[in-house]
Ligand binder design. Structure first.
Ligand code: CAA
Length: 257
């Protein structure tokens, strides 16, 4: 498949998707979402890809949903098409996906970064939910995910005023896992992805699934869910290999089995 709005590369065991619509600061038009979905389908189906990185340009990760495309939509059209549901492919990924954010991550761009498993930000990153300034509200989980991550007070202030959060504040608030120099963002994200990809794929997927459950379940159920997955790792060759390698003081050779 050829892509118009994204770049898609496979670097060893990592699928790297770069949003590439510079003239619109990577605004998330329908074509871009279609291509992103297709690339994620490829990554999920390819047994040699263990981890994904989603990134944008230095100036913008993504400046939100495409306002030109949305402006004239009627309520009926948007409700019947349910166009935002097409963005949920990221949320359905079972393999880990890292957002590497530089520049603007606004509206749907911030929401898309939050759908990823964690965010590595450049020191120039700016996060915000400016929908209030254009007469609408966040529509792809902004009021929900941002609130869970940064708490009520900051989420309220950001969504009610459209104020942007810089990288330093985002790190302090727990929105991003790490801030790196802008020139090092891609390399750092790739290094992190390669590290994850070096482990057993089913184990990595179970960790992702278990942390995801923390947002959906009460603590007592979440702990039980985790324990069942933990016991199930004993059915994998990789658990036997990982623990044997530790005891034999040698690096493990994981086979994903
Ligand atoms: N949709 C469509 N086009 C966009 C866009 C968007 N979200 N954001 C930027 N662009 C376009 C601009 O229209 C402009 O195009 P032209 O050159 O053809 O005029 C181009 O990208 C460059 O943008 P600016 O000239 O505005 O660049 P700037 O550096 O002066 O400002 C900015 C950058 C502050 C990010 C500004 O572009 C901006 O405020 N963008 C809109 C941000 C926004 O409101 N996002 C929320 C969208 S709604 C949403 O996402 C809903 C949801 O939750 C699902």
């Amino acid at each position: 498949m050829t892509y118009e709005f994204i770049l898609f590369e496979k670097i060893q065991k990592v699928g790297v998707i770069t949003l590439n619509r510079p003239q619109a600061l990577n605004a998330l038009c329908e074509g871009l979402i279609r291509e992103l979905t297709a690339a994620l389908d490829v990554c999920e189906a390819d047994p040699d890809i263990h981890c994904m990185v989603l990134t944008g340009s230095e100036k913008a990760f993504a400046a939100g949903a495409d306002i030109k495309e949305m402006q004239s939509k009627t309520y009926r059209e948007s409700y019947m098409e349910d166009f935002i549901s097409k963005w949920e492919r990221i949320d359905r990924c079972r393999k880990p996906i890292i957002a590497a954010v530089s520049g603007f991550a606004l509206g749907g761009g911030c929401e898309m970064a939050m759908m990823c498993d964690f965010i590595i930000a450049s020191d120039t990153a700016k996060f915000g939910q400016p929908e209030v300034t254009i007469g609408t509200i966040p529509g792809s989980g902004g009021t929900q995910r941002l609130t869970r991550v940064v708490g009520k007070s900051k989420a309220m202030e950001m969504c009610l005023t459209g104020r942007m959060m810089d990288a330093e504040e985002a790190e302090q608030a727990g929105l991003v896992s790490r801030v790196v120099a802008v020139a090092e963002l891609r390399e750092e994200a790739l290094k992190t992805a390669h590290k994850i990809a070096s482990f057993s794929l089913p184990i990595v997927m179970m960790i992702k699934e278990s942390i995801g459950a923390a947002f959906e379940m009460p603590l007592s159920e979440g702990v039980k869910f985790e324990r069942r997955l933990f016991y199930s790792t004993f059915a994998l060759d990789d658990q036997k290999e990982g623990m044997a390698a530790f005891l034999e003081k040698r690096p493990p050779v994981f086979k994903g089995k």
